[in-house]
Design a protein around this ligand. Structure first.
Ligand SMILES: C[S@@+](CC[C@H](N)C(=O)[O-])C[C@H]1O[C@@H](n2cnc3c(N)ncnc32)[C@H](O)[C@@H]1O
Ligand code: SF4
Length: 454
């Protein structure tokens, strides 16, 4: 790392949101609840397509690095009972939005959704197919853990219509895996990928992480190379989010061996170099895609989006989240269900009530900023005049933000021509800093709730 890079790091350290939504979840309060959700869902226009997200907060074993709210639930009947709650929540939502609603995107995430017994997964998917109208070209995806995917599951997933699976790898180095409490051989990853593709689940995403304890630049480059050789369709390269105030099990890792900010940036750069050389195209902050993948086409056509699950090709402006902690994005605002499985079950025990615990009501200014931030995070550029016009705002509305971009322009991270903002390749790792300029809720104090921005 040269002196100029160190100066950049000293200016752009700190913590920032990942901007999978704006306003971010930090703005959610209990001033929004089930009644708002009910009103927003029932006023959706009949021809409005939606995306569905179903959340399963269980895993077979817990990884110490993981920031997700997950638990191990040994009892298969209890996991089936959770699936029955998902089914019931869907029923309550359908009572509000009407049957036969078009679904353009269907995603199961977690945790590890394949911890649901196959019969329980089948019941929920059958109900969705019966009560919704799934678009023929819909992406139907699921997160799987290569260490624990039951042998019969790939065929079940294919039969239920899944066409994409996303699997965690993180790092292949034995000492890093030891530190993170996630032991997973390259062969396990390869076999899982081959089993899924062999069963007909054609598109595969793989997650990698840099910034974990004991990682170094050579090691992450080796992992990126080995994983690229498996030919996944997409890779996510996440910076490790150290949030011990939210996730205590992270303190069980050797945190004294966490890489510093300079090392994180070098690791990210090394993985970036390997993946680009292997033919993957960089997408936004943290994705790499094969040029044949639908996300590459969406990027080219300006149809890339970002939602709570990260980058997506899904253009439906309405996302309905089902299950514990799931977030919905509706025209009136965003809502989040009760976070723990127990709290979710308690709210679901109230007949015909929605299990919503908090949320945020959107103002017109929020909608404009959400569009701007999504454009920056996806296309790495935004025309503020066009955005202002779309939201009925004068060209001067974001002048103060343009002024605040000046240091980033001076550092070569951004170019600014009139109201046209473009993030440079040098600025790509700093894209969250550019987005944050347009976040009117972010304060020095609130930023401590987020993870490291680099
Ligand atoms: C919700 S997990 C589901 C993955 C699946 N259960 C598995 O283990 O293969 C999705 C991804 O989130 C990422 N992730 C989890 N905790 C993280 C953290 N603290 N920092 C960065 N990424 C994290 C990991 O890359 C993980 O593969
Ligand atoms: S990485 Fe996956 S398996 Fe590990 S705790 Fe997180 S969600 Fe569970």
């Amino acid at each position: 790392m040269n002196a100029a890079d160190s100066t950049l790091l000293s200016r752009y350290g700190g913590n920032l949101p990942r901007y999978t939504s704006y306003p971010t979840a930090a703005q959610f309060t209990d001033a929004v609840g089930p009644d708002d959700s009910r009103a927003w869902l029932s006023s959706l226009p009949a021809d409005q397509p939606v995306s569905l997200y179903l959340h399963v907060p269980f895993c077979d074993t817990l990884c110490r690095f993981c920031g997700c709210n997950t638990a191990v639930l040994r009892n298969a009947d209890a996991r089936s009972a959770y699936a029955a709650l998902l089914h019931e929540e869907l029923r309550r939502v359908i009572a509000l939005i009407g049957p036969g609603r078009r679904v353009t995107h269907l995603q199961w995430g977690g945790g590890t959704p394949t911890t649901l017994p196959a019969s329980a997964m089948r019941r929920v998917m059958d109900a969705i197919r019966r009560d919704f109208d799934i678009a023929p070209d819909a992406e139907i995806s699921i997160e799987v853990d290569p260490r624990h995917l039951p042998p019969d599951y790939p065929a079940v997933l294919h039969e239920l219509g899944f066409n994409r699976a996303s699997m965690g790898v993180q790092d292949l180095d034995a000492s890093v895996q030891q530190a993170c409490g996630r032991i997973q051989s390259w062969e396990q990853t390869r076999d899982c990928l081959e089993a899924l593709r062999g069963a007909g689940v054609a598109s595969i995403n793989i997650d990698l992480i840099y910034g974990l304890p004991r990682q170094d630049t050579e090691g992450v480059a080796r992992t990126a190379q080995a994983v690229a050789s498996l030919g996944p369709d997409r890779l996510a390269v996440f910076g490790y989010a150290h949030v011990p105030w939210k996730q205590k099990r992270q303190t069980l890792m050797p945190v004294g061996e966490l890489p510093c900010a300079e090392d994180r940036i070098s690791q990210r750069a090394a993985m970036d170099g390997v993946l680009r050389a292997a033919g993957f195209l960089p997408v936004g902050l943290d994705h790499y895609v094969s040029p044949d993948d639908s996300m590459a086409h969406a990027l080219k056509a300006g149809r890339l989006h970002r939602n709570f699950q990260g980058y997506t090709t899904d253009s439906a402006p309405v996302l309905i989240g089902i299950g514990a902690s799931a977030i919905s994005a509706l025209p009136g605002g965003m809502t989040q269900n009760a976070v723990s499985a127990a709290a979710y079950a308690r709210l679901m025990a109230r007949p015909d009530s929605l299990p919503v615990a908090r949320g945020v009501r959107l103002q017109e200014d929020d909608r404009a900023r959400a569009d701007i931030i999504e454009q920056i995070m996806c296309a790495m550029q935004v025309d503020l005049d066009a955005m202002g016009a779309r939201h009925g705002l004068p060209a001067s509305h974001f002048d103060a933000e343009c002024d605040r971009l000046a240091p980033m322009v001076a550092d070569g991270l951004v170019t600014l021509a009139g109201h046209d903002v473009r993030v440079t390749e040098k600025g790509r790792p700093f894209v969250r800093h550019v987005a944050a300029i347009f976040d009117r809720y972010l304060t020095a104090q609130s930023s401590t709730r987020h993870a490291s921005a680099l």
